[in-house]
Write a protein that binds this ligand. Sequence first.
Ligand code: ZN
Length: 96
Amino acid sequence: MTKQAHARKKHIPMRSCIACRKSFPKRELLRLVYTPHGVQIDPSGKAAGRGAYICNQPECRRRTLNAKVLSDALRVPLSTEQFAALMQQLQQATDS
Ligand SMILES: [Zn+2]
């Protein structure tokens, strides 16, 4: 191994939370993705589609319960049904 490769820090991808706008390492955030089937939680972080990230703070999770925050972040209009379905997923993810 070369000296240079050794000294280099591993790159950690950062993403910002849609509620508090702070940057966090990507893997610490919950990813939501907009798919043709609606907005879904993306545990793998790899699903195709427009994504939005939320950090672990209860305040941010709570703010995401506002449909406007989400539709602004994803830049798509969310129907009440889509939003309700997502909230159910989000609640389950947060409870466990
Ligand atoms: Zn946050």
